[in-house]
Ligand binder design. Structure first.
Ligand code: ATP
Ligand code: MG
Length: 351
């Protein structure tokens, strides 16, 4: 009996709906070729759903997702619905409930895509950003003191736990073992005098378990400059919630366009479902025009298959994406005239 992969798909809003169709098309084609089965269940949770029901998803939404192998998300967001509603009503509960502690963004300069950095050849940017996704600077603990007086002050707490720091560092080192065996840590121990020296200490300890992996660390300020000046230096870059957030937008921008970049919210041990999505949002300016680039969604699908034990299908999808980006048909954002559907079909048949 062939393996069946059960996926909850949430197309969401705007171009999320267009690119999801192409993601499913390509994953179904990969399944046929590599001898497994995709079993999709579609959920219409979105800002449109919010307009009708007053919530982004039903009260038992998380429970409805719990038994799927993964969640495949398009994009949520709509003009007029504040970001915090789409975030806190859908994305953040999924990340939290399923303990998706690693946010992963592979970054690769594809053929046919122009980097904003001068003189970059395809493949010369090839890194993976590993962001801690559950703790750190994005805490909700804090307090105001002397509110309304001259001595007013506000204190916000950042919490780094040994468990939280070690598990993201371990994940980064494990990834490096399958890639270029190099991990760079984003720090700021010259400014954040309590939390970041702790991060550095745990990084040094974790590195001892991986003698084959080359390590270095940069303060976040100089690190962002290095991304622009010497992106080919980097393999795996690991950062806290805040630093990882910054780097995981900067790096795909250096590699051309957010339209082709994927993102994974991982529960690496697969105790809970992970979630895979493109980096871009719902792009209301081009929604419904049929010209959205489907590559970010399809690449996210490749990551999903890799995570679910289908590395050959995942790699074949990546080769198909590279072929179509190099030879066309391409959507307008990468210099072509093709529609979303034409590009998706071309990637499916390149498989
Ligand atoms: P959201 O509020 O959902 O995050 P947004 O307005 O921030 O949406 P993004 O989707 O993040 O928009 O993208 C910013 C711009 O980049 C869009 O306005 C769009 O023109 C372009 N863009 C994003 N994704 C794609 C894509 N897949 N194909 C083509 N262009 C895209
Ligand atoms: Mg946005």
């Amino acid at each position: 009996m062939s393996t069946t992969i059960r996926i909850a798909s949430i197309p969401g809003d705007g171009i999320g709906k267009d690119v999801m169709v192409e993601g499913i098309r390509v994953l179904d084609a990969a399944a046929t070729k590599f001898g497994f089965r995709m079993d999709w269940k579609h959920f219409d949770w979105s800002c449109e759903y919010y307009a009708r029901h007053g919530a982004m998803m039903p009260a038992d939404g998380i429970d409805q997702l719990r038994d799927f192998d993964s969640v495949y998300l398009g994009a949520v967001g709509f003009p007029g619905v504040p970001d915090h509603i789409s975030l806190w009503g859908l994305l953040i509960p999924i990340r939290r409930e399923f303990d998706q502690y690693a946010n992963i963004r592979p970054v690769y300069l594809m053929p046919g895509v122009k980097s904003p950095l001068a003189g970059r050849e395809p493949g010369s940017i090839n890194m993976m950003i590993v962001r801690e996704n559950t703790e750190g600077e994005y805490g909700t603990q804090g307090r105001f003191e002397n509110r309304g007086t001259e001595d007013e002050r506000v204190i916000g707490e950042a919490t780094f736990t040994r468990k939280g720091v070690d598990r993201i560092l371990r994940y980064a080192f494990e990834q490096a073992m399958t890639r270029g065996r190099h991990v760079t840590s984003a720090t700021k121990s010259n400014g954040l005098a309590i939390t970041m020296p702790y991060w550095d200490e745990r990084f040094a300890l974790m590195a001892r378990n991986y003698p084959e992996v080359r390590t270095d660390q940069f303060h976040i300020d100089i690190l962002t400059a290095q991304f622009v000046r010497n992106p080919d230096w980097f393999d795996v870059v690991v950062g806290s919630n805040l630093f990882g957030d910054i780097l995981s937008d900067l790096a795909p921008a250096c590699a051309g366009t957010i339209a082709i970049a994927p993102s994974a919210n991982l529960n690496p041990e697969r105790i809970h479902p992970s979630m895979f999505e493109p980096v871009h949002g719902s792009a209301p300016d081009i929604a419904g025009k049929g010209i959205a680039n489907p590559v970010g969604q399809i690449w996210a699908g490749s990551m999903m298959l890799d995570h679910l034990g289908q590395p050959e299908a995942a790699a074949a999808i990546m080769r198909a994406i590279e072929t179509v980006l190099a030879e066309g048909p391409r959507t307008p954002d990468v210099g072509g005239k093709a529609t979303t559907v034409e590009m998706g079909k071309a990637i499916a048949s390149a498989l």
